[in-house]
Design a protein around this ligand. Sequence first.
Ligand code: A2P
Ligand code: 11C
Length: 349
Amino acid sequence: KNYTVAILGATGAVGTRLLSQLEQSEIPVGQIKLLASKRSAGKQLQFHDQSVVVEEATPASFDGVDIVLASAGGAVSKRLLPEAVKRGAVCVDNTSAFRMDPAVPLVVPEVNASALQKHQGIIANPNCSTIQMVAALKPIYDTAGLKQVVVSTYQAGSGAGQRAIQELDQQAQQHLDGQTMTSEIFPVKGAARHYPLAFNLLPQIDVFEPDGSTHEEWKMVHETKKILLDDMDATAIKVNATCVRVPVVIGHGESVYFEVAHPEKMNPTKMKEVLQQAPGVVVQDDPATQLYPQPINAAGTTATYVGRIRADLENQGGYNLWVVADNLLKGAAANTVAIAATLVKNQWL
Ligand code: A2P
Ligand code: 11C
């Protein structure tokens, strides 16, 4: 069977990559529909050698669609994906709209593909910073369990979308030209205050929660538990996150500290081995040759890179990792398309 696939948010930073990942995937695509806001209607994008006209997304756009890949923001997903499901489509959603819904699987295929079997039309793609962390932690969790994870992120500007990439470039240019940097998006679109990201660090990604954490930090805690623990007791692993925006265009970095539940089952050599064997993970770890993951090298690829693997010498069972991935590919488009490909391959649509 050839599938009719719709990309919702096709003109965005993730949307354009959904298109190229779909081109490279094994999914047999019969027809492609590119959907965005009214602003982009009429614009043309390339799929293989075909020029496809972007249409304004409406409920009727999903008539006859088998698979929807969505990345047009949470509000758009909330409004339109139930309409797509009503029309018989299966939706893989890259927004946070449905991630915590118990009826919606939250999936990184190499970590918890089997969760896809219980889908009811919508599957959620986790947040980019969660995906790369769980991809690295899963083989360790399977080998020695996990008690606690403490993560600090170094997140690229592109996580805030296509316009944010332009804003970061513009700020860098303004600074080099001796002008005052202007900011309308960072740290968060619609916030009361905006600050430049270029030549700066912003310890705010997404909005603040009443408890003083940011919503990005909240996502890292709760999504990690949902993915690794499935329906098990959410207190089984403690997760704590601090998320920081850094002036990098593509590629999130993460300093991940964790304590394994069974220290006798783990050591740094073993950790390197299980990570080397883990699907989707590439170990780049050699202090002698200064080999470690860097966003500049991860950009444009779909792997999760792990390095700086070392034990906490003061706390038995404690370990450090440095994890890097392309937030727009591994953290979004590649994972979304991999979910769809897994559904097709296993006939779980
Ligand atoms: P458009 O280009 O027409 O604004 P990014 O994450 O890079 O900011 O991209 C967001 C994506 O979501 C874009 O493709 C954008 O389309 C799309 N989008 C934004 N608002 C809507 C909407 N109301 N309906 C459909 N698509 C939307
Ligand atoms: C960022 N992680 O880097 C965000 C972007 O929940 O899918 C993705 C937000 C999400 O800004």
